[in-house]
Every structure is written in structure tokens, then in C-alpha cells.
Write a protein that binds this ligand. Structure first.
Ligand SMILES: O=P(O)(O)OC[C@H]1O[C@H](OP(=O)(O)OP(=O)(O)O)[C@H](O)[C@@H]1O
Ligand SMILES: Nc1ncnc2[nH]cnc12
Length: 180
């Protein structure tokens, strides 16, 4: 890795804090609010996220509610792609497709608009963090069921111990800025 990238990653790492026992005992919560608060890391993060996907002809960035929205639209703008939200149940106003999956803490359902993109669209799935990989795998299911092609995954943080990338298709590139 080049020196500039190492310095950027060190800066990002310094602006992510660990909160113990949130939202429940035993969970070490990775809080990215300082990353958003600092104008330098706010600007840098989306640039560094976009870099590996500049030549992937991404049509849409699909961002997962809610923290996947924070950098997702900047990332889409940087790649000159559209942005599509995947939301928690009952939030999207038009006809939706749903998937239910297990979380590091609890269970969740996510939804996407059925008319969000046309068949064959090239999709980059983005979230702030990959833990068990359940959310990203469920997002993949939704995109593929609607005829989209997942061309990459983009996360700011990956929780190494949980090996979430094992749930993602082996041949699709996964970019994780910081493995914690
Ligand atoms: O890899 P996984 O085990 O699926 O976990 C990762 C997901 O969990 C968190 O979201 P959360 O459901 O806490 O919602 P939030 O973004 O609205 O806080 C995080 O932002 C990811 O979306
Ligand atoms: N440990 C963690 N910190 C922040 N977000 C999470 N989502 C799932 N696990 C998480």
C-alpha cells in the first residue's frame, strides 16, 4: 500500500470510536459519527471509497439504511452513478421486494423498490460496516432477484472476527477500508 493511502487510512481510523456494550451487552459498537463530524475525513472517505470502482461502470450505488446512506450518495455522485436506498420495512412508498436476515444483534428485514433499476443494471452495494454479512447478502438477494448485476461491495469497516465476506459471492470484488 502506498504511503499516502496508509496516512489516509490512519486518519480514518483515528476518527472511528469504539463504544462498549452498545446497543446491548457484549457488542463493541464502531461509531463513525466523528468521521462525519470532521470535514477532512468526511471529504476523504467518499473519495477513498470511490477509487477502486472508477473503472467498473457502476450504474447505481445501492446503500443500506441507515448508515449506508451517509456516504452512499457521495459515493454515487463521485462515480457518476445513481443512488438507490434499501430501507427497513414499511418506509418505501411504492411496490417493494423484501428479504429477512440475521444480524450480529437480532434480526431484520430490508426492502427495495421493485422498479428501482432496469434488468442488467450494474450495482455497487455500499454500507458503513460489514459484521456477519447478513445485510449485504440480503441486499444481494434483492438486487439479483430484480435482475441486477452486483459488480462490487464497498464498506468503510469490516469486523474481521465475524468473517462476513464469506456470505458474499466469491468472484465479486469487496473493498473494505478498515478491518477492525
Ligand atoms: O453485516 P451485518 O451483520 O448484517 O451488520 C451490518 C449492518 O448492521 C448495521 O446496521 P443496523 O442494522 O444496526 O442499522 P442502522 O444502520 O440503521 O444503525 C450496519 O450499519 C450494517 O448495515
Ligand atoms: N459492532 C458493530 N458496530 C457498529 N455497527 C454494527 N453493525 C453490526 N455490528 C456492528
Amino acid at each position: 500500500m502506498d504511503e499516502v493511502k496508509q496516512q489516509i487510512l490512519a486518519l480514518l481510523r483515528e476518527n472511528i470510536r469504539n463504544i462498549g456494550d452498545f446497543p446491548q451487552p457484549g457488542i463493541q459498537f464502531k461509531d463513525i459519527t466523528p468521521l462525519l463530524q470532521n470535514p477532512d475525513t468526511l471529504e476523504l472517505t467518499s473519495q477513498v471509497l470511490a477509487r477502486p470502482f472508477r473503472s467498473h461502470n457502476v450504474d447505481y450505488v445501492v446503500g443500506l439504511e441507515s448508515r449506508g446512506f451517509l456516504f452512499g450518495t457521495n459515493l454515487a455522485q463521485d462515480l457518476h452513478a445513481g443512488f438507490i436506498p434499501i430501507r427497513k420495512p414499511g418506509k418505501l412508498p411504492s411496490d417493494t421486494l423484501s428479504a429477512t436476515y440475521a444480524l450480529e444483534y437480532g434480526e431484520d428485514t430490508i426492502e427495495i423498490h421493485r422498479d428501482a433499476f432496469s434488468e442488467g443494471a450494474r450495482i455497487l452495494i455500499h454500507d458503513d460496516l460489514i459484521a456477519t454479512g447478513g445485510s449485504a447478502a440480503a441486499a444481494t438477494e434483492l438486487v439479483e432477484e430484480l435482475g441486477g448485476k452486483v459488480v462490487g461491495y464497498s464498506f468503510i469497516i469490516g469486523l474481521k472476527e465475524l468473517k462476513g465476506t464469506a456470505l458474499l459471492p466469491a468472484k465479486v470484488p469487496v473493498e473494505i477500508l478498515l478491518s477492525l
